[in-house]
Design a protein around this ligand. Sequence first.
Ligand code: CIR
Length: 268
Amino acid sequence: MAPRVFDFTAAIVRRPATTVVNGLRAVDTGAPSVAGVRAEHDAYIAALGRAGAAVTVLDPLEDYPDSIFVEDPALVFGEAAILLRPGVESRAGEVAAIAPVLRGRFPQVLELEAGYVDGGDVLVTPDRVMIGLSARTDRQGADELIALLKRINRRGEIFHTPEGVLHFKSDCALVDEGTVLSTTRLAASGVFDAFRVIETPAGEEGAANALRVNDTVFVGADFPGTIDLLRREGLSVEPLATGEIAKIDAGLSCMSLRWWDGEDKASD
Ligand code: CIR
């Protein structure tokens, strides 16, 4: 049986730098503490391991406060990695920092050469790669990414991220092959008409940046309504603390790159 899009055997994370306290944020609700971010990150690494991924932990990059969010400078699949171009100047150098790591692990590494795309704007679904235009991802970058995806036999399609939302995936996650967890504001645009949609309860929009890894769905621990909804669906949910990284506009997908590294599972 072929792996599902959320079947991952491998992951890369990067330890937070002490400069993480200066991470970008749209609204300043106070800086996160280094110890607090480290604790959330350590728990995240352990959870990835329990869910079945072998985790490579990269050293912190003090020059890049947001470099803990390795999802943004690259996009990875079992067969190839794509180096992206983050849409904010202060994060541009993260690409060169992660490039050698990916070149050592993937048979093919492609590079976005024009425009801007943050990995947080890319949702991989079973039949296509959804790319949300946002303040970080522009049309030129999205078109370029679609061309690169074509080279690895994948189909990309462009959508819109709601105004004022950092990334497309700030507001959604795939929780099984045909079901998306989404905020009401993103679902209302019709982007998920081909999916079953579970909407985050009012006030729990931050829960939408959940992450499924193999048979576990990670959800922010501060969102009991969403956790309950997903459990009622029969999903195995693991709550993880995100209160500190939320201060710098992050959630659970941002902190790792994940892929299926190996043969397709033998069918029973
Ligand atoms: C930023 O603004 O770039 C970081 N403070 C947060 C990045 C979160 N990444 C993600 O959602 N993929």
